[in-house]
Each structure stands twice: as structure tokens, then as C-alpha cells.
Design a protein around this ligand. Sequence first.
Ligand code: ADP
Ligand code: MG
Length: 688
Amino acid sequence: MTDLQAITVDQLKGVGPRLREKLNKYGVFTAQDLLFHLPLRYQDRTKITPIGALQLGVDAVIEGEVQVADIAFGKRRSLICKVQDGTGLVTLRFFHFSGAQKNQLAKGVRIRCYGEPRRGSAGLELYHPEYQLLDEQQAVELDDRLTPVYPSTDGIGQNVWRKLCQQALTLLDKHPVTELISQHELARFPLSDALRYLHQPPSKARLSLMREGLHPAQRRLAFEELLAHNLAMLKTREQTQARGAVPMAESRQLQNAFLKQLGFKLTDAQQRVSDEIAADLILPRPMLRLVQGDVGSGKTVVAGMAALQAIEQGFQVALMAPTEILAEQHYLNFSQWFDSLGIKVGWLVGKLKGKARQKALVEIASGEAQLVVGTHALFQDEVAYQRLGLAIIDEQHRFGVHQRLALTQKTRPEDGSPHQLVMTATPIPRTLAMTAYADLDTSIIDELPPGRTPVNTVVIDNARRAQIIERIAHVCAKGQQVYWVCTLIEESEALQAQAAEAAFEELKTALPQLQIALVHGRQKSQEKADIMTAFKAGETQLLVATTVIEVGVDVPNASLMVIENAERLGLSQLHQLRGRVGRGALESHCVLLYQSPLSRTGKERLRALRESTDGFYIAEKDLMLRGPGEVLGTRQTGLMQFRIADLQRDGDLLEDVKQVAGKVSADDNLSDALIQRWLGDRTDYAVV
Ligand code: ADP
Ligand code: MG
């Protein structure tokens, strides 16, 4: 029997080389791929809705008689056509139309339309509805199934998807897909039936249930998809662990010397996590550990402890940060900590050029640099390590998949894989952690160092900006320092920099008595570093910045942060930013300035931030309000594009998924078949 996976799309009717190429680009290669290309939503063209019963935003089929059709000259010229059916009157509106069309829609003509009612100047209106003229003699049949609307891309229209999926369904009759899971109660809904149902639901299907993704057919597939993802990650983990790693005995000297000079005691949570790491490192298989800890929980010290264990055994450690500013911060920090221990800290970022770069590369290759701090430059081809034993990755969610993989390829082959320690300050909601990080063991630093004062957060309309500026003067007069953060939705650094420059000028004029500095992503790294150093040293009082200061920057004397257009940022990002103040004993404040009017969700989001300083609570809220892609920053990394599963909606399945995955992973063939079915060759993206 032919497998649906063996029937390539070019064997289907209507697929020539060009369409095949487009489909392939979209990840659709075979008939089976088409079956798993599931509709986003459905249109109900199975019944006629009385015009009087039309609802705003709910698409419907209507039938009626044209009353009048005329050209309206408003802001934009449009053809409007009023249709009546005895229960009510609705207006069709066309902005693009021909003279023939106008003539066709003559008074008295019967018409059937499909469209979404919106509120227009003439009451309910259908903009550019699909329509057909009806012939008195000949009854036109309605659809007997709901019409699928597929996720699509430029150049593949809905009708093409519909025809192709229809062909795949016909093939499914002859070549049933293999049931791969049977352990779970959800699997009682046969896979073939679920697929057929979702591509072409019967007219009586409960559309509201399906819209919410809660139909048993959907849940069944979501379960299988989550399972496949989980298996893919377990497999990656297995493969990494199969490479083995060099065991590193516990540190006898360096860690103690380090702790002695620190000037503070580790918190219980830091100690516990350090112990977990130490226990991983002594094993002959690579550590794969994620350390989660809220902003300011002291992850850096924990990373330092891990680094010392490796260094004491003669290994090199690479510490990778997502931005140069953060890398610099780490570099300064670790140089200060490690110099006195006689440990050489190296430094490598993209902008390091010429002789300085050559020198850095030589230090890394010779092993002179025992800890190397940098950005993604650390894993470029030209960088060779003498003996890399541990890779520490800070603020992991900003890195792409390949970046972490590339770093792990930097060991000597006989050393297997380096141990990996991933640190993130984005508290990851449990549901996300269970999927996105299924390949990592997790440690949580759930305690802040003593002596912190919680940041007091207020939400204020930008109209009261002048008052806030006054407040800055007041705070600085007390010898404390202030951040002013400019945000933009655009990713463009140039625009961000522009906004920051404008605020900088405004504040200089308003506060001539203050030393004000500006830092943004377009500056040279040396310039940025100098500005940050001056701010740290208290030479400048007010720092105007873009979100480049989001992570890691540490100035305990800063007690006020103003964030402009706070409504534009994600909650977790705001929480991170806010974590830059309240780092010392000073009573600290964060002002979230918003541009009114603020939407209801907007209000709710900012309220969450005002009410809580608990990163986990905030992350859960963020997940609820924005979805997982945004929360993990996966837009950039291409991680976790589910076809049907939704982590919030289907989060309750995850415990079961994990259990079943544990059993299924023992069976390589089964596990591979599931991974192939759902992820195809995209498995590497599951590696976080
Ligand atoms: P994050 O988890 O956000 O990376 P850091 O590692 O930057 O936090 O630590 C924040 C600040 O807290 C630093 O100034 C650090 O020196 C300090 N710190 C870390 N651990 C402790 C501790 N146990 N006691 C007191 N201060 C600490
Ligand atoms: Mg940090």
C-alpha cells in the first residue's frame, strides 16, 4: 500500500512546477502534508441567514432582491447596492467595480451574497461580498459542508488549497493514515476521521466549539502534535547526551575563594541551584540545564560558580550574551571577580576588529583566556577553542536555535559535547517550559537577595508628562539616578534611536541643571560602554535609552525609571526593564507612561504590572494576553509554530503528553514516524 507520505504534490491534479515550488516553500511536499495542513477557520455557507438576523462580524449567506444600486461619492467613490428580503435591508459596498457590474445589479434582480457584516454609514454593510445572481427557474444549491479557510501565503489562493486538500482527502479513503498512538483516550477518535472532519466539517458541526479549538477532533490532533514536538525534543536531548561529555570534579579551591571575596552570602536558592549544577558537571554526559530566575535573583553568581568548577579542572568556559551591552556588563563583572583569582577573562564581539580581534582569537585558541565572554561572535567559524568544557548562555530566548548548536560544536571531538547552562530572566510559564524547554532540566532561583525594596509602579497618562519631568528633577536632587526609556513597536534601530534622540533633546531643555546622557543601539560599542560606565559611576544623573538597557544592566543608585509608550511593550519586557531599578536599598519607582486612549486589554496589562512584581505571575498574564510566540520571543527564532495545538488552550494536555512521550520515546520507529508526520524535516527547530 502506498503511503500518503510517498505521494508527492506534483502527482496531484493542477500542480505544475511553479505551484509545487510554492507548496514546497511552505513546507508542503506530499499528500500527507496537505492533510496536516489544517484550516484556520471555517465559513458557513450551508444556510441562508435572514437579513434581519445578520450579526456584526459574523459572516453569512443572504438572499434577497436588489432595491437600488448607485454610485456614492464619499471619501472614496463606491458602488452601493441595497438588498432586501422581507426581514431587513442590507447594503453591499464595492470600492472596485465596473460599469457592467453596476448595470447587472439592477432593481428587482435576485441575488445571493456571502460576506461579513460591518457597521457602515448606512447601517450594516457587506464590503465586497462574493455574490451570484439568481435565476427564478433554477435553484442554486447551498453547500452541505462548512467551507475551510486555510493558512496561506502569497500566491496560493483559498480555492487552490481547497482543491488540493480535497484530493488528499480522496486519497485518504484509499490509503488510510497509520494510527500511531493508542494509549490515550483522545486517540479513540480515529485519526482519519479527525482529519476528514476538520477539513470538511458537516453543516451541523458545532462551529462555536470548533472556533475555540475544543472539538474532540481538534483536541485529538493537538495532542498528537504536542506529543510529536515533545518527542523531537527528547530525541535531540538523547542525541546530545549520547555524545558524552568530560566529567568535571567538584571545585575545591576556586569556588571557595570566590565566595570569600564576594561580600555577600549566596541565597538558599542560589546555593541549591549551584549544587544542582555541580552535580551535573561531575557526570560524563553533558549537562543540559535551564536556570530560571526573576530579574535580580542573582543568576550571574550562579553562572560564576559553574564556570569556576570547569576552570579549576582545566577547561575553558564560553559565556554568551544576546547583546553587546549585556556582554560588556558581564565582561566587566567577571573581570573584576576573576582577576583576583588569577583567571584570565577574554572578550569577543562582532565589532572587535583588526589587531584586537586577532589577539582575542589567539588567546582563545591557546587556552590563555579561561573564560571568554561575548555575543554570538563566540561561535563563528574562525573561533577555535583550546578546550571548551562549558557553554553558558544568558537570556537564552533571544538566541536562535542554530546559535546554541554551533557553540556546542566547538569542543574537541574526543570531549563530546560541552556542558550547557542556559539562563533566562523571562520566567517561563510552566506550560511553555514543558514544551519549549522539554530537552532541558530546569532549576529555579525563586528567591531574591535580601535587602531589596520592591519597585513601586504607577501607570500615568502621557498628558501628565510635565509632572513626571518635575519628579525627575526632585529625585536627582537627592543624589539618585533615573532612567528614561523610549520604546517603539518597530524593530528598526534607526527609528528607536530617533525617538530616543527626540526625548533626549526635550529633557535637556526641560532639565538644564542635570547631566543627561543618551544610549541606543546605533552607537559604537565603545561609546555605549563609556556612557554606561559614566552612568554607573554617577557622573550622569539621567540616562535616556532605548530598550537596549532591557537586560542585565546594574546600577543600584538608580531609583526611578520612566518608560514611554509602555502600552507598546510586552509585559515580560516591561518587567525586565523595571528590574533595572530597585537593585539597592533605595525606595524605587517605575512610571509607565501611556498614550491614551488605552484599549481594555492595554489597561489590563499595565494593571498586572502595577499590581505584581512577581515575574511568573506577569509571564502567565503575558502568555494569556499575547500568546506564546511573543512571550518567548520566538518570532525571531522560528521556534514552535504549531499547526493546531495552542499552548494556552491545550495546556491541560501537557501532563499526559509528557507521560505518553516517556513511553513512546522507547520505540524509535514510532517516535520517528510521529516526528516526521508533524515536524517533517524541521526537527532542528525544536532545539531551543
Ligand atoms: P540577574 O538574575 O538579573 O542576572 P544579577 O546576577 O545581575 O541578577 O544580580 C543582581 C545583583 O544582585 C547584582 O548586583 C549582584 O551582585 C547582586 N547579588 C547577587 N546575589 C546576591 C546575594 N546572594 N546577596 C546580595 N546581593 C546579591
Ligand atoms: Mg542577568
